[in-house]
Design a protein around this ligand. Structure first.
Ligand SMILES: *Cc1c(COP(=O)(O)O)cnc(C)c1O
Length: 231
């Protein structure tokens, strides 16, 4: 069943790319596996997926230990500074950096391991109270500050759009994210690239792709509904 779900998501991605006149290789699908058992991740891995997203440090590191080493792990959830040490250097990308203090901790942990950690700056594009992420107006300043830290590289932006029935309602937010990313790229800040735009989830990833997403984070569409009670 997972394999069919996955094929369907991949077909939708292909279609959205065609609609937008983009090539499929521009868009990376991240399988968001939070709350799902390792056996399900293995099934999706067997089907060729190598990018997995988790939102909790402990769950991520536990799964990491049990799954093949060629997986690229994505930390997509809110990250506390005291947990940074467990994931720096073990994840391909941290999507959820929204403060200088968090970035400083990532840089200092990366220095200990003599690596450079790739990150995205999370933007709360719809200014929802319930969401993490920095305001759009503050994003450029934050990127400039993070760019001065030695062991961390800003690779782009991430957003979690509002939960909506009709994905068209999020089109404008995705467009604003793309504009912000272009604005920042134009500044040619040292040590900063805006190659990645991580936006779009199960309900709205096709619209996000039409508006320029280069990474989509799909959980439910691949793994089915999450059950937070039994975990
Ligand atoms: C859970 C989660 C997703 C995936 O959500 P679905 O609607 O199940 O596709 C994407 N991004 C983040 C940050 C998440 O926490």
């Amino acid at each position: 069943m997972l394999v069919e779900n996955l094929a369907q998501v991949q077909a939708q991605i292909r279609k959205a790319c065609q609609t937008a006149g983009r090539t499929e290789s521009e868009v990376t699908l991240i399988a968001v596996s939070k709350t799902k058992p390792v056996s399900m991740l293995e099934e999706v891995y067997q089907a060729g997926i190598r990018e997995f997203g988790e939102n909790k440090v402990q769950e991520l590191t536990q799964k990491q230990a049990l799954l093949p080493a060629d997986i690229r792990w994505h930390m997509i959830g809110h990250l506390q500074r005291n947990k940074v040490k467990y994931i720096v250097g073990t994840v391909a990308l941290i999507h959820s950096v929204d403060s200088l203090r968090l970035a400083e901790e990532i840089s200092s942990q990366a220095a200990k391991r003599q690596i450079c950690q790739d990150i995205l700056v999370e933007v709360n594009i719809a200014m929802e109270e319930s969401k993490f992420g920095i305001a759009r107006e503050e994003a450029i300043a934050l990127v400039e500050e993070i760019a001065r830290l030695p062991q961390i590289r800003v690779c782009g932006l991430m957003t979690i759009a509002p939960f909506v029935e009709n994905p068209e309602e999020n089109r404008l937010y995705f467009r604003k994210m793309r504009e912000l990313s272009v604005d920042i790229a134009r500044k040619n800040i040292d040590n900063v690239s805006m190659d990645i735009l991580s936006m779009g989830m199960t309900g709205d990833y096709t619209v996000a792709i039409e508006e320029g997403a280069t990474m989509v984070r799909v959980g439910t569409g691949i793994f089915g509904e999450r059950d937070y009670q039994t975990k």
